[in-house]
Each structure stands twice: as C-alpha cells, then as structure tokens.
Design a protein around this ligand. Structure first.
Ligand SMILES: Cc1ncc(COP(=O)(O)O)c(C=O)c1O
Length: 347
C-alpha cells in the first residue's frame, strides 16, 4: 500500500535500527540513562528552552504541560480542532480538571482579540480563571498549516498580557521551522512549555519531549512519574531520537516538496484540493464535490492500494508524506488517487 494516512506509519530505517542496537542505556527513572540525558539536552537547546524531559508520547507531553500550568477548575483556551481538544480523550478534564474553551480558528490560528476576550473573567461574577493558552504548530486538523511568526508573536504577547501561561503543541514544530526557514527555537523559545514529537516526520517508533524552564521541568519529572511515564532503559528509544535529529531533520523539506508535487498533480487531474493549504507535508482532498461520502472514498482508495485518512471535517481526507514516500510513490499516488476517486458513481 502507498500509505499516506499519516507520518506516524513509518518503520525505523536500517540506520535507526543500528543506532537502537548500539544504544548506551541506563535507568532512566534514576536519570541515569546516558542516551536519554543527551537527547533531553539536545532538544532543550534546539527548542531554546532550559531543559526537557523524555516521554513516550506527545499526548503525555501535552497533558503534563497542562497540569504544570493550572489548578483544577481552570480554563484551557485552544483552537477548537486542536489535538489537545479533540484527540486526547478529554485528558485536560480527566487529568488536570480543566474546562476547555475551544475557539474557532483560521487555518488553526487564533487572533489576539479572540484570546483576550476568552480570557476575560466570567461576566456572571464567578471567579473562573483562564489559566493557559495552548497553540499548535503545525496545526494538524487544518492540514499541517504553519503559523506565520508575527501572528504567533502577537497572540503569545496578548496571552501574557492577560496572564495566561502559553504552551506550544509542537508535535510537528520541525515541519513549521522547515517551512519558514527558521531555527526551531525562533518559534518555540517564546513559550513556557513546548511539546516535540519524535514519531511523526522524524520517523522514530515512539517518543516525545516536553521542554521548558529548569524549574518547570523538575516539576514535570514528578508529573511524568504520576502518569506512569518514568521508564528504565529508555535509551533504546532515545537513541532513535538522536539518530533522527542527525539524519531526518533536513529531509523534512523533501516531504514538503513531495506533498506539493502530489497536490499539484491531483489538482491537474481534477481532484478537489486546496493548493494554498499545502504548506508542509499534508494534502487535503475534499470529496464532497465528487459526490462521495468519506467512507466510500476511503474504500475506493483502499481498493487501489492507497491509504488516505479522515480529518475532523466530514468530507475532507488527508494524504501525508513521510520518509517512506519517495518520488516514485508520489507519481503512483498521483495516478491512483484520481483513478479511484474520479471513477463514475455506481447507479
Ligand atoms: C499536533 C499533535 N499533537 C499531539 C499528537 C499526539 O501524539 P502521540 O500520538 O505521540 O501521543 C499528535 C498526533 O498525531 C498531533 O498531531
């Protein structure tokens, strides 16, 4: 199958498997795993933060961040289709006792005035406290969209002005920095905490980091343990992360180029894609103008051995490029997707 469902589907490469096999390891829970310790230091520096902790998933990193900045009953402000709002199983409520205020975004972005209005104390006289703003870059549900730096700066400044902590779900931050031609820290250093995921475009089997100030990360160690995320010889996985930082960052630009090539080919073939949406490694296809339901479209694609996946929008599918999608796969997918989706409707 040409598996374009997500950049999470990749298998570790031969080189990554060798790095895993050769990993120096120790007891991570005692902070004695050398590979984990090096990875944490490298990622903290990469993100312009003082410290970082290694966790199994980006979801855990986000959930720990929410707990660090809030008390039960506080309000989390986020874009309404953010991962932390719609894909983390209500973790903000379950773990941190937060009420989530999901705001409608534009390409995953929130405007400063939306954040200011949302953070205002309740007009009903209740002492409801908006405590944290969580932003996502790139924004998954809108198609891997990138925040322009000035828009991000403005909204973070507004959040600080109204007393909010600011967290960045940068699961795909390196896609954003690649697209903007910036160092990751130029985006992430302004946040209190930052999540970076290793198992997306970076191609690791699992792993993520949460970065922030030294003081916050000391507290994060405790929260990680409470989540059951304190590990033992985790260097086996951290070694994959170190390998990915050395070998899989520069190639993210290839994923972006291939997504654009695919989008242009689909557009030329008459498949409804929004070319302006393609800023990183996602291509969104709207099957509604073709008179297709989502499930039918996915089934048709599967019948020609191509995998696309659904998005929060009921008629929009996504194709995501990653390190197993080479030029040949793009060329094949450019033929097979139109063949599957543009075939005459039955009956
Ligand atoms: C923006 C974003 N944040 C967080 C996550 C969670 O990652 P994980 O599956 O490692 O928990 C994802 C996963 O797709 C994501 O897209």
């Amino acid at each position: 199958m040409i598996d374009l469902r997500s950049d999470t589907v990749t298998q570790p490469t031969e080189g990554m498997r060798r790095a895993i096999a050769d990993a120096a390891v120790g007891d991570e829970q005692k902070r004695e795993d050398p590979s984990v310790n090096v990875l944490q230091e490298r990622v903290a520096a990469l993100l312009g933060q003082e410290a970082a902790i290694f966790v199994p998933t980006a979801t855990m990193a986000n959930q720990i961040a929410l707990k660090l900045h809030t008390r039960p009953g506080d309000v989390l402000i986020a874009e309404q289709n953010a991962h932390v709002v719609i894909y983390e199983y209500g973790g903000a409520a379950a773990h941190a006792g937060l009420m989530t205020l999901g705001l409608p975004g534009d390409r995953g972005r929130l405007a400063p005035e939306q954040v200011r209005a949302a953070a205002e104390p309740s007009t009903k006289g209740a002492d409801q406290r908006a405590a944290i703003l969580a932003l996502e870059n790139t924004h998954n549900a809108s198609g891997g969209r990138v925040w322009p730096l000035d828009a991000l700066e403005e909204v973070v400044a507004t959040a600080r002005d109204v007393g909010l902590a600011v967290h960045l779900d940068g699961a795909r931050l390196l896609n954003a920095s690649t697209a903007l031609g910036l160092q990751p820290a130029e985006i992430s250093a302004r946040f209190d905490t930052v999540t970076l995921c290793l198992s997306k475009g970076l191609g690791c089997p699992l792993g993520a980091l949460l970065a922030g100030s030294r003081e916050l990360m000391e507290r994060a160690w405790r929260e990680k343990h409470l989540f059951g995320g304190a590990m033992r010889q985790a260097g086996i996985v951290a070694a994959a992360g170190l390998y990915a930082l050395d070998h899989h960052v520069n190639r993210l630009a290839d994923d972006h180029d291939r997504a654009r090539t695919l989008a242009q080919a689909l557009d030329a073939a008459g498949v409804p894609v929004d070319l302006a949406q393609v800023e990183t490694n996602f291509v969104q296809v709207d099957v509604e103008p073709l008179g297709l339901e989502r499930a039918e479209a996915i089934a048709r694609l599967n019948s020609v051995d191509v995998g696309l996946s659904s998005t929060p929008h009921p008629t929009v599918l996504r194709a995501v490029t990653h390190l197993e999608i080479d030029d040949e796969a793009v060329t094949r997918a450019s033929e097979l997707i139109p063949e599957a989706l543009l075939a005459p409707l039955a009956g």
